[in-house]
Ligand binder design. Structure first.
Ligand code: KIV
Ligand code: ZN
Length: 501
């Protein structure tokens, strides 16, 4: 059996998804969970892009011990130096250099000839090798590149010292049979290909990223680039959980390969990424969607009770989905609270724990039964609130069918309290207008979703929203038993990302 190397790019290509932006502590939190999940390599960021990204990659490199830590670089000296510096503290560092090879990119983006591109790639790999032994090279837009040129540049990249050759379907243009023939052709036409691992990197513009990645594996690729929940540029990247579970569920098809992913950590990882990036997982999303293991039809329910495999090809426990447990109540103490959070995979520091405990007690006063999902929502909120510039102090709203909704919101910026009042079309609109006055931002609401975290009248409500501020889209999320409060928290969460950036 041969291992498929899982190269997770949630923190790099995933974070390029419009609206998704993570702080360095949030990136580190996700990296710890990716390591627990068992990913082989974490692509932690693009250090030259910003000092914040460079710091995040460095923090990950210092703390992650089992997984490899990779940084992205264009074929430019300053990129390579920034990437090398950021991954230096890692136990298993890797630099990933990329350069487009398709005629479209050569003609319109670079205005350069093929020979010149070959030279730039070769020099960049040689330079990267002076810092690090483990170099990956990506001919960007490989699936739209002329094959003879692709073979030549791959051969030259391996000669220059690249150990992994990644084949990106950058614009999600390809389809499974084409990917199969491309990987097969590379194996047959690049003389030194056995000296490198072939990787695949697919985008989902036509909804075929996972199918294309699996097709590449069948043709001999042994590393797959993927992201948790399939988040990424435009329509996203190939989803990690779908690839891993396809390989596990169909050993008849993927007889020669395995992954070392601890699949029981999949659901928890999905939730963490969804909550920190504020990307809602669609209910019908394969593997991790709320409905992925729910049976609505009576015929199906009856059959599943008789024999699960009638309508379930996977066991939900294998991906870490368990019934949300009733766990704590208002008499539960701090110790039980901390221990339960630990079993949920949260390691809050003292300050975060104190704040989360206060919110837990407030929630327990309003809500009789506290479930794991409630706890997770509180803990995930606290991971962000502690580093927040803006914090909610209190608010009041007046609304109804006969009066114009009016809100008064008090927030704290660092230690200063600020108050804003406004009317609006509804109570949430009035609060957002009051917040706009306080923060000075003219935030345009692009998207607003409300979800119940658990069932019941007293369930926690979670608001996920997207604000457009100065042309930038930014996501936010907040939870409370009061949906207006949840909306205010979500607004502040988004604003905090801009102000702490
Ligand atoms: O999609 C792409 O081509 C990329 C490269 C940087 C590998 O993300
Ligand atoms: Zn990509």
């Amino acid at each position: 059996m041969e291992k498929i190397i899982i190269f997770d790019t949630t923190l790099r290509d995933g974070e390029q998804a419009p609206g998704a932006s993570l702080t360095a502590p949030q990136k580190l939190e996700i990296a710890f969970q990716l390591e627990k999940l068992g990913v082989d390599i974490i692509e932690a960021g693009f250090p030259v892009a910003s000092p914040g990204d460079s710091q995040a990659v460095q923090a990950i490199a210092r703390n992650i011990k089992k997984s490899g830590v990779c940084a992205l670089a264009r074929c430019l000296a300053q990129d390579i130096e920034a990437a090398a510096h950021a991954v230096k503290p890692a136990r298993h560092p890797r630099i990933h250099v990329f350069l487009a090879t398709s005629k479209i990119h050569l003609q319109y983006k670079f205005r350069k000839a093929e020979e010149e591109i070959m030279g730039i790639a070769k020099d960049a790999i040689v330079r990267a090798r002076t810092f690090c032994d483990d170099i990956e090279f990506s001919p960007e837009d490989a699936t739209r590149s002329e094959r003879p040129f692709l073979f030549k540049i791959v051969e030259s990249a391996i000669k220059a010292g690249a150990r992994t050759i990644n084949i990106p379907d950058t614009v999600g243009y390809s389809y499974p049979q084409e990917i199969y023939s491309l990987i097969t052709d590379i194996r047959n036409n690049v003389p030194n290909i056995n000296k490198a691992v072939i990787a695949i990197h697919c985008h989902d513009d036509l909804g075929m990223a996972v199918a294309n990645s699996l097709s590449a594996v069948l043709a001999g690729a042994r590393q797959v680039h993927c992201t948790v929940n399939g988040i990424g540029e435009r329509a996203g990247n190939a989803s990690l959980e779908e690839i891993v579970m396809a390989v596990k569920t169909r050993p008849d098809v993927f007889a020669k390969v395995y992954t070392q992913i601890n699949t029981k950590e999949i659901f928890r990882t999905s939730r963490l990424v969804s909550n920190l990036t504020d990307f809602v997982v669609p209910p019908n999303k394969a593997i991790v969607g709320r409905n992925a293991f729910r049976h609505e039809s009576g015929i199906h329910q009856d059959a599943v009770l008789k024999k699960r495999i009638t309508y379930e090809i996977m066991d939900p426990h294998d991906v870490g989905i368990a019934e949300s447990q009733l766990i704590l109540g208002k008499h539960s103490g701090r110790h039980a609270f901390r221990e339960r959070l630990k079993t949920q995979g949260f390691h809050l520091d003292e300050e975060q724990l104190n704040k989360a405990f206060v919110r837990f007690k407030e929630l327990a006063d309003k809500k009789k039964d506290i479930f794991d999902d409630d706890l997770r929502a509180i803990a995930e909120d606290e991971i962000r609130i502690v580093s927040a510039v803006w914090q909610l102090v209190r608010f009041e709203v007046h609304s109804g069918t006969i009066l114009k909704p009016k809100a008064r919101v008090v927030v704290k910026r660092k230690s200063k309290q600020l108050t804003g009042t406004s009317t609006g079309d509804g109570p949430v609109d009035a609060c957002f207008k009051a917040l706009d006055k306080i923060t000075g931002y003219k935030a345009r609401l692009q998207d607003f979703r409300l979800e119940a975290v658990t069932s019941g009248k007293d369930a926690l409500g979670q608001v996920s929203l997207c604000l457009k501020i100065k042309g930038i889209e930014i996501n936010g999320r907040g939870a409370s038993t009061d949906i207006v409060e949840a909306a205010i928290r979500a607004y502040l969460d988004a604003i905090n990302k801009i102000d702490s950036a």
